[in-house]
Design a protein around this ligand. Structure first.
Ligand SMILES: C[S@@+](CC[C@H](N)C(=O)[O-])C[C@H]1O[C@@H](n2cnc3c(N)ncnc32)[C@H](O)[C@@H]1O
Length: 303
């Protein structure tokens, strides 16, 4: 899979819609992303990093794009070996945090704290869809920095955010503040999604949009592992217990063995098991991602 550097017209489209966080280029074993004026180069081979850096300079010159810094990160096979990006161009004395915008919403970006800087660009279309639905009560499972919730809150939703990581939820809170959204209508629970969903069901809580975008693999502090291929089904069945009648559920994953078709097959099984009916919606292809790159997603519209 090779994807050329994005065209000047697409760059102008992003600018016009108030988005400065998007992909610039995708190769088989590396890609380049932009977060405001900062660049992140991800690579699986050193040769690819060198090629992307050379091409970046000529692309930037050709479209008149002036970047401030370049960060680079190695993409290891095992997620346990992931490390934060390194600064390879720019002033090392400058703050390693910045702000990126997507359709005029602001998101905090931090190149110090982890492998991922705070906003998953391949979820842009799903965040747009959340704004389009304009939910009343959104349940954001595996919330990370709460970008889905900020999108929903910008349309008036209240949200419940669940993530194992307190730090990520703290960054999520900051994202609300960045967008002048009061955090009063938003709850943050640092716990295992699998423990929280049954508690919500017992309390009779209901939501009209649920986001299920789990990691491929994780381990909770108690040592319990989550493996998406094995655990997604149970997760969806539990989520269907807290969903209202006319509602939407997003199923999304980066796991390469779970593409859209596999997600749909799994969803059909879970709907049958819980005697629910739904139609399926596949999000539009992102203009800065080649087909097959990024997360696989489907939306269920429950009746
Ligand atoms: C793929 S990211 C989610 C990205 C998020 N949906 C977004 O678009 O910004 C996975 C997140 O799940 C969290 N996580 C992993 N296992 C978990 C579990 N069992 N319960 C709750 N959160 C978990 C991680 O801390 C991480 O923030």
């Amino acid at each position: 899979m090779t994807f050329a550097w994005i065209e000047p017209a697409l760059l102008r489209d992003f600018q016009a819609e108030g988005t400065d966080a998007h992909r610039l280029c995708t190769l088989e074993d590396g890609w380049v992303e932009r977060f405001g004026r900062d660049i992140l180069v991800s690579f699986k081979r050193v040769l690819t990093r060198e090629r992307l850096l050379t091409e970046l300079q000529s692309w930037a010159d050709s479209v008149g794009f002036r970047f401030r810094r370049i960060f680079a990160r190695f993409v290891p096979r095992k997620s346990e070996e992931r490390e934060p990006p390194h600064l390879i161009f720019g002033d090392p004395g400058e703050n390693l945090q910045t702000i990126a915008t997507e359709r005029h919403l602001k998101f905090g970006i931090d190149f110090r704290t982890g492998y991922s800087p705070g906003l998953f660009l391949d979820q842009r279309e799903n965040r747009r869809y959340v704004r389009h639905i304009a939910p009343r009560r959104l349940l954001n499972c595996f919330a990370y920095t709460c970008s889905f919730s900020v999108s929903a809150a910008s349309r008036g939703a209240s949200t419940l955010n669940i993530d194992l990581s307190k730090k990520s939820l703290e960054r999520g809170r900051e994202n609300f503040v960045l967008n002048s959204l009061p955090t009063l209508d938003h709850r943050f629970i640092a716990d295992d999604v699998r423990a929280v969903l049954p508690r919500l069901a017992r309390k009779g809580e209901k939501f009209d949009v649920i986001i299920l975008d789990p990691p491929t693999f994780s381990r909770s502090p108690g040592g319990k592992t989550f493996q998406v291929e094995h655990d997604f089904e149970k997760l969806l069945i539990d989520a269907l217990e807290v969903v209202e009648r006319d509602s939407h559920v997003l199923l999304s994953t980066n796991c390469s063995t779970l593409r859209e078709h596999a997600l749909e097959v799994m969803a059909r099984y879970c709907l049958k098991a819980t005697r629910r009916a739904a139609t399926f919606h596949r999000p539009s292809q992102l203009p800065d991602f080649p087909p097959g790159a990024g997360a696989s997603s489907i939306w269920l519209a429950l009746r």
